[in-house]
Design a protein around this ligand. Structure first.
Ligand SMILES: [Zn+2]
Ligand SMILES: [Zn+2]
Length: 300
């Protein structure tokens, strides 16, 4: 038998083993979203899946951290860790107390928020505002962490709403802030395709997935969103879809393919306007291109 020298297999370098990772989940519980209007009971299943997913994140490493916030039509609020003082939990059925604490706190806070919300009025969820809150929370944790601790942060948005172009500016601001702070934004769409949030995933290096079946939400969360971003490149995940990079015009907040851009402040407009509404620069009205008169041949 020939001796075939096999290349020495290097241990894959996973640098994130000693790092703490903070996961902030934004859960859209706006009763106005189409998914919940059609089937209000599905919220129980979505909350259960998100809690199980959050606990799986805590289970991966003892130093991992978790925060969950809900997003509504008028407000966004932290539901774990909640605004009130920590609940006093005892071990139930052998479940680890930290997991019971997450589950109880989340359910208690969601119940109190949903009882305040008026489900009769359909308004869009303030997703961009919720991402901004998550970024502020992460900034605070980064500032107060112990010296020498490396903190990897990411945000996961779970929503059945559609993203509206009226929040276009707010979205772009939070996406580019996240990119600058090295915070990955993942998006799990439950019902509708979200083109603006998909741009956010692309900008920050996160994953975008529209779940084919909400009943299998937990499986999709565990498969796609549980692995940390450095580990993801070693896995076979759903292939990236083509990102729709259309921008919203500042005048009507509608997505456009071609438009006018102010050369001073880069505001986008779908129609020409002689004064930029953002920075008040005055432009010349574009007339027909001036054609130079041909020189007449001088007869000798
Ligand atoms: Zn417009
Ligand atoms: Zn301008």
């Amino acid at each position: 038998m020939n001796n075939i020298e096999l290349p020495v297999e290097k241990e894959p370098e996973v640098k994130s083993t000693d790092d703490t990772s903070l996961l902030v989940i934004i859960l859209d519980t706006n009763p106005g979203q189409k998914l919940l209007r059609e089937n209000p009971n599905i919220i129980t299943q979505v909350v259960d899946s998100v809690v199980a997913f959050g606990n799986s994140h805590l289970m991966q490493k003892a130093q991992n951290k978790l925060a969950i916030l809900t997003c509504h039509s008028k407000t966004s609020q932290f539901i774990y860790p909640g605004p009130k003082k920590l609940l006093d939990v005892r071990q139930i059925d052998g479940q680890y107390e930290a997991f019971t604490l997450v589950e109880k706190t989340v359910k208690q806070n969601i119940t109190s928020i949903l009882s305040m919300e008026n489900s009769g009025i359909v308004t869009e969820s303030l997703l961009a505002g919720a991402v901004a809150m998550a970024l502020c929370y992460i900034a605070r944790i980064q500032r107060t962490k112990a010296n020498g601790v490396k903190l990897n942060c990411r945000i996961l948005v779970v929503t059945g709403s559609s993203d509206s172009a009226s929040q276009y500016m707010n979205y772009m601001n939070v996406f580019f802030t996240s990119q600058k702070q090295n915070i990955v934004i993942d998006v799990c769409a439950l019902d509708q395709h979200l083109s603006l949030l998909q741009q956010g995933c692309d900008i920050t290096g996160g994953l975008y997935l529209k779940v084919p079946q909400v009943s299998a939400l937990l499986q999709y969360l565990l498969w796609v969103f549980l692995p940390e971003p450095p580990i993801r490149e070693k896995l076979i995940l759903p292939p990236p879809v083509k990102v729709d990079y259309r921008a919203a015009c500042f005048c009507h907040r509608e997505l456009i393919d071609i438009g006018y851009v102010c050369s001073v402040c880069l505001s986008i407009f779908c129609k020409f306007s002689p004064i930029c509404t953002t920075c008040h620069t005055v432009f010349k009205i574009p007339g027909p291109l001036a054609v130079k008169p041909k020189k007449k041949k001088i007869k000798m």
